[in-house]
Design a protein around this ligand. Structure first.
Ligand code: C5P
Length: 408
């Protein structure tokens, strides 16, 4: 049984949220209702209180509400945030990070998956502003139950009607279902982010990796029941929950952390953008500038993937399964193929980073997966969904190569 926050916003379909609530309970889930001010004009909070047998949250400003920072407490406790119906107004606030009431603050505070059931007039639904906001949210991994066609409250016939409660409940239940995954119980090491190579105490060589792709893979692996060790380079993003999080700075530190974790891993996924070169002789004091040019001597960093490929267990039984990334601007696929063979790894995820909508610093990605069996293009979508496509392929390797996990 999971706790679901059911956000109810001010659409005419708000009364259908009662049926959604019942449906979730029938599937064994516990529901806490969070109503916006306008939702309370359509349905009485008492209705939800009676059904959920919990206090209904209607305001951030009720006495007692801030004693334990309620939106943070609920944000941590819920397994899903479902908003049905979800108005254009709330979609816009979620997309832009506006947190001016309990529901919109909860959206920002929770790490639980989010499912929206939009409901509005057809012209509003197709408006560029709403469509852009929905795309922004989809790129963040927010899922939607498509609104249906039919008679709208405004008298129009068109698309925008809240999906049927049964459909909304089915989508929510599917998102909560424990996944039957080959990764369940497996030890998976994921690297994420850039590395910083120090020149002196104030300067470093870095790169544009945000860590988002690696974090999405770690979160998805965790969702599939894997025991995840996340090795993260310096990034401003909050990492997802994982069994172990190791923070590193340089390629050398990442090498040490990954080799240690890989000793008992079933899979290692190197999504980090590891520096290939590091200053040969970093200065211990700040290097003073001069008028002339500066010459830095760089030396190669250890190739972590190549070292993993030489591990005894890898050579004898092909474990850990190794996944690398190739961020390329030219001849991406050909270089990816060459890199996979040269490094002796199983799967390479090729990223054309010359595109503005894929690769570094954006929420979306488009990749090609290349292994010994062939190639598969994963079209532009949120990094969360790309992570799922990568792990689907990793599961194929796990099934083929490893014995069932030993649970410790
Ligand atoms: O060698 P190159 O940087 O082109 O390959 C990229 C892949 O190799 C990525 O998966 C990256 O994490 C990994 N890598 C590594 N050790 C390095 C550099 C890159 O494992 N020193």
């Amino acid at each position: 049984m999971s706790l679901i926050a059911l956000g109810v916003t001010g659409g005419i379909g708000a009364y259908k949220a009662v049926e959604v609530c019942r449906g979730l309970q029938i599937h064994g889930h516990d529901v806490v209702a969070v109503m916006t001010r306008s939702a309370a004009r359509f349905v009485g909070p008492l209705t939800f209180e009676a059904i959920t047998r919990r206090a209904v949250i209607t305001s951030q400003w009720k006495f007692g509400m801030n004693a334990d920072i309620e939106h943070v407490a609920i944000a941590d406790a819920i397994a899903l945030l479902l908003v049905a119906p979800c108005t254009a107004n709330v979609i816009g606030k979620f997309a832009h990070g506006i947190a001016d009431d309990f529901l919109t603050s909860l959206y920002l505070a929770t790490r639980a998956p989010v499912l929206l059931a939009p409901s509005m007039n057809s012209n509003m639904l197709v408006h560029d502003a709403v469509q852009r906001n929905l795309h922004t949210l989809a790129a963040r991994g927010v899922r939607c139950v498509e609104p249906g066609d039919g008679y709208l409250a405004c008298g129009w016939i068109g698309k925008g009607r809240l999906a049927e409660p049964a459909e909304i409940v089915a989508a929510a239940v599917a998102m909560l279902a424990p996944v039957d995954s080959a990764l369940s119980g497996r030890r998976v090491v994921v690297t994420a982010g850039p590395t910083y190579e120090d020149i002196d105490p104030v300067r470093y060589l870095g790169n544009r990796s945000s860590g988002r792709m690696g974090f999405a893979i770690a979160a998805e692996a965790q969702r599939r029941g894997a025991r995840v060790t996340l090795v993260a380079g310096p990034t401003g993003l909050e990492p997802p929950a994982a069994e172990e999080i190791v923070r590193v700075r340089s390629a050398a530190e990442m090498h040490t952390a990954v080799m240690r974790a890989a000793a008992r891993a079933d899979v290692v996924i190197m999504a980090a953008a590891v520096a290939d070169y590091t200053p040969a002789d970093p200065a211990s004091r700040k290097v003073a500038k001069t008028d002339g040019p500066m010459t830095l001597t760089l030396r190669r960093t250890p190739d972590i993937l190549a070292d993993l490929a030489r591990l005894p267990s890898r050579l004898s039984s092909g474990v850990p399964i190794l996944v690398g990334f190739a961020a390329e601007t030219d001849d991406a696929e050909a270089r990816g193929r060459e890199k996979r063979a040269r490094k002796g790894i199983d799967l390479i995820v090729v990223n054309d980073v010359s595109r503005s909508d894929a690769g570094f610093e954006v929420a979306t990605n488009a990749v090609t997966l290349i292994d010994a069996e062939g190639e598969c293009a994963v079209p532009l979508q949120s990094k969360e969904r790309v992570a799922a496509a990568i792990l689907d392929r990793v599961e194929w390797f796990v099934r083929a190569r490893t014995a069932p996990p030993v649970r410790a």
